[in-house]
Design a protein around this ligand. Structure first.
Ligand SMILES: CC(C)C[C@H](NC(=O)C[C@H](N)C(=O)O)C(=O)O
Ligand SMILES: [Zn+2]
Ligand SMILES: [Zn+2]
Length: 389
């Protein structure tokens, strides 16, 4: 199937100017000025005049099965549906388990990722959950990475949080070493997605491991680094040592009042403080719980994370914080693709996957979403059965 997207302002995420883009099969076949409509072939032509064309968004931390439970059974959060993902312009997700790594398991997570792939988006998983030792599928982290295509790393491993399994630094070193070697042997990132709570120890374990072992800082993708000012400051110090930082875009009014840093502002501040753009990503924590505890650790209530918050924060960074679009887009396109070694993802380049989002020129609202050259949302209309094909 051929799709010709005409005359859009293209950000790959770097600005490429007015270009036509030809999609063939599931790939970007050509990018160029005024590509002629191929004769005698069935081509879907999309007029992107007055639109910006950007890479499909990558959400590196989504509770595909739902999560939660921190307030008891009634607070389990719901499984994600395809349109929860595509209406946010997201065309690639990485699934994880959280606090409840007991009633939700890796077999279900892998099956859910496969289901989403059948529906047209790209989906991967981290093996494990908050807990250490990591509950794998094959019995070993290395074999999960080597044998199960959907598994690209380990997580979300909880540190500095009252809900963590209180792992020792040796246990964390060991599982990270296993993830690294499993990644190397399978050509994957083998990244360890770390859940940071607001505990005093903060990033201590990670700093010690990258200081005293051969494990590089890029082996860790620590998330929730914007959850409060103290952790944000620690993240900046960690970033100066080459550490990566992922900011969580799902939030609540109360969290922001309690000191959580809004992602659009955290991005601008981190750049101003000298953190390099390629060290920074956003992820949504979609369908994960956003639980509230008092100072004594008593449960107060919870809300549910939304994948749509991912691009909302990027759009705010541009419209409210004055960041340029190419810079803001990088944290949900090229950066996660590079860090997680997601081949052919995150950029508008010949040979890369046909994952594209068309934005309204002025409002930057999502207009059309194309995943693997299938139109999932067209002129803001959501395809009922997933795609318009
Ligand atoms: C970053 C904050 C706001 C949310 C964060 N969510 C999770 O980690 C996922 C959740 N525990 C689940 O298992 O569904 C948190 O709880 O700290
Ligand atoms: Zn988390
Ligand atoms: Zn989470």
């Amino acid at each position: 199937m051929l799709t010709l997207i005409k005359n859009g302002e293209v950000y790959g995420p770097d600005y490429l100017g007015k270009q036509d883009i030809l999609l063939a099969g599931t790939k970007i076949a050509m990018i160029g000025k005024s590509i002629p409509t191929p004769e005698g072939l069935e081509v879907k032509v999309i007029d992107a005049t007055e639109k910006k064309v950007v890479p499909g968004f990558i959400d590196s931390h989504v509770h595909l099965l739902g999560g939660g439970g921190e307030g008891g059974f009634k607070t389990r959060t719901p499984e994600i549906m395809l349109t929860d993902i595509t209406k946010g312009g997201v065309t690639t997700v990485v699934g994880c388990l959280g606090t409840d790594g007991f009633t939700r398991d890796m077999k279900s997570l892998i099956a859910k990722a496969r289901g989403l792939e059948e529906e047209g988006v790209s989906a991967y998983c981290y093996t494990g959950s908050y807990q250490v030792p990591v509950r794998t599928t094959t019995g070993s982290i290395q074999e999960d990475l080597i044998l199960i295509d959907k598994i690209i790393g380990v997580g979300e491993i909880a540190l500095s949080d009252h809900r963590s399994s209180q792992p020792t630094i040796e246990e964390l070193e060991r599982l990270t070493a296993e993830a690294r070697v499993g990644g190397i042997l399978s050509g994957k990132a083998g990244v360890v997605n770390i859940h940071l709570g607001s505990g005093e120890r903060g990033l201590e374990y990670l700093e010690k491991i990258i200081d005293k072992t051969e494990i590089p800082p890029t082996q860790f993708l620590p998330t929730h680094m914007n959850r409060d000012e103290e952790l944000f400051q620690k993240a900046i110090a960690y970033g100066k040592k080459g550490g990566l930082m992922d900011f969580t875009t799902s939030t609540t009014k109360r969290f922001l009042e309690e000191g959580e840093r809004k992602c659009s502002k955290a991005l601008v501040r981190a750049l101003k403080l000298g953190i390099k753009l390629e060290q920074i990503t956003f992820s949504s924590d979609g369908q994960g719980s956003l639980p509230d505890f008092d100072r004594q650790g008593n449960y107060i209530g919870l809300q549910v994370g939304r994948v749509t918050s991912l691009y909302e924060e990027v759009r705010d960074a541009v419209l409210s914080e004055g960041l340029d679009l190419a810079t803001a887009l990088a944290v949900i396109t090229k950066n996660p693709a590079t860090i997680l070694k997601l081949k052919n993802k995150g950029e508008i380049k010949k040979g890369f996957d046909g994952d594209l989002v068309l934005l309204d020129h002025e409002s930057l609202e999502i207009d059309t979403v194309i995943a693997m050259n299938q139109v999932m949302i067209r002129e803001k209309e959501i395809a009922i059965k997933g795609t318009f094909e």
